[in-house]
Ligand binder design. Structure first.
Ligand code: BGC
Length: 476
């Protein structure tokens, strides 16, 4: 900690709260978009009668767009600044939303999903960057948690909109509502400045000092600018070659492995296709399905994320990952078992229109799965990705892991329904359970406990095999 940070009274300025609001809106935008498609699919199917492949494309190409967006976001955020990158993301997002909501057919709808995804991808990198660069060290952790919370609240709000609108099949309205957080994002960011880090990077020192006086009024702006310049000098040594060099292979493997495994656990198959899954579990009416989705997936997700936000620094990353992955594995086995039973249900059983015992078991399994994910893999993967890389390669390392996360999300949402169609629902869930087993092994074998270590200590740990082995065994 620097002397200026130590002298600082623990008070967060109004300016930083305003930055927090921007980050909150980025998370809502991301989350709403993750959740809304689950309710919109029913109406889209009625209007356009698409094949399974087309349904998968409409659902999943938003993640493909986001992957591209995340990859170019770093360059855009460096060239235009974080603030303009976010405005651009919001504008792209609104264009994508309009294309979707007004689409005359599935082609325009798919293009809309791709465009909107690019906006989400840019915001998912530029938002947390803008937030963390504007926060003092003591607020940085809270900023990341705030973002993760906002994503889950966004998913919940989308499910709620789905529930309210489902009977009227107004899928166009469900999708159009997504423009609202984007417009609010622009309104929230217009009165703000860019981050001091970016101003220093492009040599606009007076503006950097001006922001610092607003964000951290109690600190001497000149000293902070010098600190930022020194940190940037260290940051800028690395090029892409170094990110993939043998020296930093271990943190890269940890970050990339967790990013991919988070998605192969099947979380977004459930988030995106929740209504379809509940329909298969015997919840017959669209209202029953969206009610189950709203509370069993959306509500549980928000509450369990809150648990992680409060406990992650007390329990540590590794134990939470272990407990969460076991919970996910066992609950997925339960869901797979329930669907194995449901596949055998006779036509007369199904005709009652009510979920039977197996349907309720599937519901219980999904609740336990979502809760286990939300206090472990959901938030912790992002915490770990942001803390394992040394300063010189952090930006590019985080971008690589984020893009891989989107790519894995695409794989799962693109092929989930096909796997169900060509094998069975229970086989698909068994596969996800298998990947949770891999996560348990990966956690035990590769992930060091980073709780309570400064970023510099984490950096030194990679180059000290004994220390690393102790951290992986989680012994002091
Ligand atoms: C994941 C998202 C997922 C969300 C669910 C996040 O940590 O990265 O893909 O939709 O959690 O809450």
């Amino acid at each position: 900690m620097t002397s200026t940070e130590m002298d600082r009274p623990a008070r967060t300025s109004r300016y930083v709260y305003a930055v927090g609001l921007v980050l909150l809106l980025c998370g809502l935008l991301f989350g709403y978009d993750q959740g809304v498609i689950s309710g919109a699919l029913g109406g889209i199917k009625e209007d356009f009668d698409p094949s399974t492949l087309v349904i998968e494309i409409i659902t999943s190409w938003v993640t493909l767009g986001a992957m591209i967006g995340a990859l170019v976001a770093g360059v855009i955020a460096d060239r235009l600044g974080r603030r303009w990158a976010l405005m651009l993301a919001a504008a792209i997002f609104v264009i994508g939303t309009l294309l979707e909501a007004l689409a005359p057919g599935t082609v325009v709808l798919t293009i809309g999903r791709l465009v909107l995804g690019a906006g989400v991808g840019i915001a998912s990198v530029a938002g947390p960057l803008y937030g963390s660069e504007n926060a003092a060290a003591r607020d940085r952790g809270r900023m990341v948690s705030l973002y993760q919370m906002a994503v889950t609240v966004g998913i919940f709000l989308a499910y709620w909109a789905n529930y309210l609108l489902i009977e009227s099949s107004t899928w166009r309205v469900m999708l159009a509502i997504a423009a609202l957080p984007a417009v609010l994002l622009v309104l929230a960011i217009v009165p703000l400045r860019d981050s001091a880090t970016w101003y220093v990077k492009v040599g606009r020192i007076a503006e950097a000092e001006d922001v610092l006086r607003r964000a951290e009024p109690e600190v001497d702006a000149g000293t902070r600018v010098r600190e930022i310049s020194e940190a940037l000098a260290a940051d800028e040594q690395a090029d892409w070659g170094e990110v993939f060099s043998a020296r930093w292979r271990k943190p890269l493997v940890v970050a990339a492995g967790l990013a991919v495994l988070q998605q192969l656990s099947g979380i977004n198959a459930i988030i995106y296709y929740a209504n379809v899954i509940f329909a298969a579990a015997g919840f017959d009416s669209p209202t029953q399905q969206s009610l189950a989705t709203l509370w069993a997936v959306g509500g549980v997700n928000v509450v369990a994320t809150l648990v992680a936000v409060f406990w992650v620094d007390r329990f540590g990353r590794k134990p939470l990952l272990t407990i969460g992955s076991w919970g996910m594995l066992l609950s997925l086995l339960l869901v797979a078992g329930a669907f194995f039973r449901l596949d055998k249900v006779t036509a007369s059983d199904a005709a009652t229109g009510q979920p039977g015992n197996a349907g309720h078991l599937a519901l219980v399994g999904m609740v336990v799965f979502i809760a286990s994910f939300a206090f472990s893999l959901g938030p912790i993967v992002w915490t770990v990705i942001n803390e394992v890389f040394p300063a010189q390669v952090r930006g590019k390392g985080v971008a690589t892991a984020t893009a891989l996360n989107w790519m894995a999300a695409w794989l799962v949402t693109q092929f989930f329904l096909s796997v169900v169609e060509f094998t069975s629902t229970s086989t698909a869930f068994l596969m996800f359970a298998g990947f949770c087993g891999v996560t348990l092994w990966f956690n035990a074998r590769f992930i060091p406990e980073t709780k309570g270590r400064t970023l510099e200590e984490v950096q030194r740990m990679w180059e000290d095999p004994e220390e690393l082995a102790r951290a992986i065994r989680n012994r002091d």
